[in-house]
Design a protein around this ligand. Structure first.
Ligand code: NAD
Length: 327
């Protein structure tokens, strides 16, 4: 019998890619979100608009479902999650606690939860040349306010649902995911998409948040959905990093994007803007040991696809003049 899976957040960036990945592998997919996907129709066999903060919606979403991939969240880049602590934490805890309980009542056998590197203690992320974060670094806790605290608590909730009810829960801590079909404008976009947009639209210079020496690793979305699938089907019940360990500064990311665009841009650093932790990288020892696999798509490759997609979107929506079109 075809397995029936729910992708919660299928109208969002990773959820949309996840639905496609699962349909391509022969699963029957129900996508649920509060909004439809922004840039193309969902690949899911069924797509329902539901507000997953509501208990009745979570019961509807999980009816007749074997596996849940929970990628629904109120989230955005650093500007967004630092500005709305109460809203983000409250919306997300409602989604996560209701969806877990509804999954249990509807007999779901396996449940994936998308956590984040934002759960890691801020005291370990004060230098640009950081030691990569390993899973056990999570305690003593000092996560990102709001968004990070909620993720950390929901990780625990997943653990309790396994211990007390036997629901097989799997948790991945994503490190900065980017790629085509992700939000690139409007305030909820993250650094790679924002930088690609700024570079594409730039005449001479672009604004960079902070001094640009903050470091991060970035994972291409194809690696992300592959990793989610592998983690969900593994026997590992504890949270696991899902990211690359290719560390770059934001300034290097800008240089890479402008290289791809074949443009010369000056960086105008705005020190008043939020820049998040100073440095963050993923320690991939555990994922390599458990799965014999880790994300491997180079940043240069993934960023090229992302830049090309954002540039074509800007052209399609009339924000980039025809003369900027490349052959
Ligand atoms: P996204 O914002 O593109 O997708 C999240 C989706 O959840 C959106 O489509 C949104 O409409 C939906 N949603 C929000 N509130 C809802 C509600 N009440 N009911 C139903 N749907 C609702 O974000 P994404 O980048 O695809 O992130 C997916 C998951 O991965 C999230 O849990 C996020 O916290 C986590 N994550 C993402 C990153 C990243 O770099 N993108 C990093 C760490 C963790």
């Amino acid at each position: 019998m075809t397995e029936r899976v729910l992708v919660a957040g299928a109208g969002g960036f990773i959820g949309h890619h996840m639905a496609k990945y699962l349909v391509d592998r022969g699963y029957w997919v129900r996508g649920v979100d509060i909004k439809p996907p922004e840039y193309e129709a969902s690949h899911a066999q069924e797509f329902e608009l539901l507000d997953l903060r509501r208990w009745d919606s979570c019961l509807l979403a999980t009816r007749g479902i074997n596996q849940v991939y929970n990628l629904a969240a109120d989230m955005g880049g650093i500007g967004y999650i630092t500005a709305y602590h109460a809203q983000v934490a409250n919306n997300n805890i409602l989604i996560n606690s209701h969806l877990l309980e509804a999954s249990r009542l509807n007999g779901v056998s396996r449940y994936f939860f998308a956590s984040s590197a934002c759960i890691y203690p801020q005291y370990l992320q004060k230098q640009p040349d950081v030691t990569p974060l390993k899973e056990s670094d999570a305690a003593p806790a000092d996560p990102e306010e709001g968004y990070g605290w909620e993720k950390l608590f929901t990780e625990k909730l997943c653990q309790y649902f396994y211990e007390d009810y036997g629901l097989e829960t799997r948790v991945a801590r994503f490190h900065n995911v980017y790629g085509p079909l992700g939000t690139y404008d409007g305030g909820q976009e993250k650094a790679p998409a924002a930088i690609c947009r700024k570079v594409a639209l730039a005449d001479n210079d672009i604004e960079v948040w902070g001094d640009g020496e903050q470091t991060r690793s970035f994972m291409y979305v194809d690696d992300c959905v592959e990793g989610i699938y592998r983690i969900t089907h593994s026997d590992h019940r504890k949270p696991m990093n899902l990211g690359t360990d290719e560390l770059v500064t934001i300034n290097q990311l800008v240089d890479m994007a402008s290289g791809i665009a074949e443009k010369r841009v000056n960086k105008r650093h705005d020190l008043s803007r939020p820049q998040g932790v100073r440095g963050r990288n993923s320690d991939n020892s555990l994922i390599k040991q458990v799965l014999g696999w880790e994300p491997s798509i180079p940043l240069e490759t993934g960023l090229r696809h992302t830049y090309q997609w954002i540039e074509s979107e800007l052209r399609r929506t009339g924000r980039l003049p025809e003369m900027a079109r490349r052959g």
